[in-house]
Design a protein around this ligand. Structure first.
Ligand code: ATP
Ligand code: MG
Length: 402
């Protein structure tokens, strides 16, 4: 058995000694059977939250109304969730009522996909009433029970299905896929935050190309924020070497293909963190410029290294080249820069006011910008005296609109 399960065995044992059942469940079992790295070990039990609290001295209520208690044991924390059944999904989102039950099989029945509905006891024995192992073997994603019904209960499961395609490279069972097409519109009931969270996981998966194809094919893509008309853009993305891009770069590729009037507005629809929105929209601007012309040192200086690399990586795959081919020359330009940051410029606005005997105003910013450009282009040395002398050759303060 895997080390992470072994460490948690004392918890299962304690629960059993108190007269209840306890199993490892969910993603950790799936990943263990697939021989993939395990994220967190989740535990399911027949004991109610109150009963769990009476067994363990150190617990934290994280979602007690859903039956989840956090237990701290040997410096690790574990989520222990009471077996439950969910019924009456009135709003396609939250179960109308959570019922605590004593049957493992019923608990597994409410889980999304057969591969996620496998349990293991502390002796390593598997309970698999919905044949999840057979699906793992066939590398197939299939809902527990009728797909139509399961997606109607909770439409987020559709995004989860596609995200698992990206993470695992599995195929969709035909009925599950047909139900995606039929029920895609139900995604309107799911909060953007939850959709975005699944999409971000999708972007990090190694099989994102297949995932994009399914999003487009099933019509799920039209339900994504700002993507009502985005099917073709998504399909175009799959024609490129998406595998060579990281998450930010994939967002940039999507932005480029979507070409929204205002990238900031598009990203806001996804409710991404504002820092990320700002960064990605600056990349979108930069990529548009890059499509028109080669980098110059002053342009790279403004854009900064990380952003320039992200832009160039996407530019490369748009040109059907590999980022590896293009990035070294950018790196070289960065290494050639005589200054790395604005703060290194030896002249300040106060110096300029002094030398020109002029009050502060927008001219200072423009002049400093031109000085920065000239330093970067090695027209003048970054030395106060040299800059003062160079300025004297100009009849008035230099201006830069760059
Ligand atoms: P990950 O490795 O990304 O954590 P996971 O399968 O563990 O994948 P979680 O969101 O951690 O996903 O959920 C844990 C388990 O809870 C799942 O394996 C599944 O059995 C069940 N589950 C989660 N979300 C749903 C849902 N929307 N509907 C039904 N069952 C769900
Ligand atoms: Mg998990």
């Amino acid at each position: 058995m895997h080390e992470q399960f072994k460490k948690a065995i004392p918890i299962l044992k304690k629960v059993e000694e108190a007269g209840y059942e306890a199993f490892f469940v969910g993603g950790s079992i799936r990943d263990y059977l697939l021989d993939r790295p395990i994220a967190d070990v989740d535990i399911a039990t027949s004991a109610t939250p109150v009963e769990i609290k009476s067994i363990f001295p150190k617990t934290i209520d994280v979602g007690i109304e859903h039956g989840t208690i956090m237990i701290q044991e040997n410096g690790e924390t574990y989520e222990v969730t009471t077996f439950r059944s969910e019924s009456d999904y009135q709003d396609f989102r939250h179960p109308g009522e959570v019922r605590f039950i004593r049957s493992l099989e019923e608990d597994l029945r409410r889980r999304d996909f057969t591969m996620n509905a496998i349990a293991m006891n502390r002796f390593g024995e598997i309970q698999d009433p919905f044949n999840g192992q057979a699906d793992l073997e066939k590398r197939r994603i299939q809902t527990v029970g009728p797909a139509d019904e399961r997606f109607n209960e909770d439409a987020l499961r559709m995004m989860r299905a596609v995200r698992f395609v990206s993470q695992l490279g599995f195929i969709l069972d035909p009925q599950t896929e047909a139900a995606l097409c039929k029920n895609a519109w139900l995604l309107k009931n799911i909060s953007i935050e939850r959709i975005t969270a699944e999409f971000q996981k999708l972007l990090k998966g190694p099989h994102k190309k297949q995932a994009y194809e399914i999003l487009a094919k099933t019509g799920l893509s039209t339900m994504l924020p700002g993507m009502e008309e985005g099917k073709t853009a998504l399909e175009t993305c799959t024609a490129y070497q998406m595998d060579l891009l990281n998450e930010n770069q994939l967002w940039l590729l999507l932005l480029f293909e979507m070409n929204p009037k205002d990238p900031m507005d598009f990203l806001k629809k996804w409710k991404l963190p504002s820092k990320k929105i700002k960064y990605l929209s600056s990349l979108a601007r930069g990529l548009k410029l890059r499509m028109k012309k080669e980098w110059t040192i002053p342009a790279l200086f403004e854009v900064k290294r990380e952003a320039a690399m992200d832009i160039e990586a996407v530019y490369a795959i748009l040109q059907k080249k590999s980022p590896e081919e293009l990035l070294p020359s950018i790196e070289k330009l960065f290494n050639q820069m005589v200054i790395k940051d604005k703060s290194e410029i030896t002249v300040t606005g106060t110096d300029l006011m002094d030398w020109y005997n002029k009050p502060a105003g927008p001219w200072i910013k423009k002049a400093l910008h031109e000085i920065q450009r000239s330093i970067l282009l090695k027209k003048v040395k970054n030395d106060k005296g040299a800059i003062k002398e160079w300025l004297q050759t100009c009849s008035q303060p230099p201006e830069s609109d760059y």
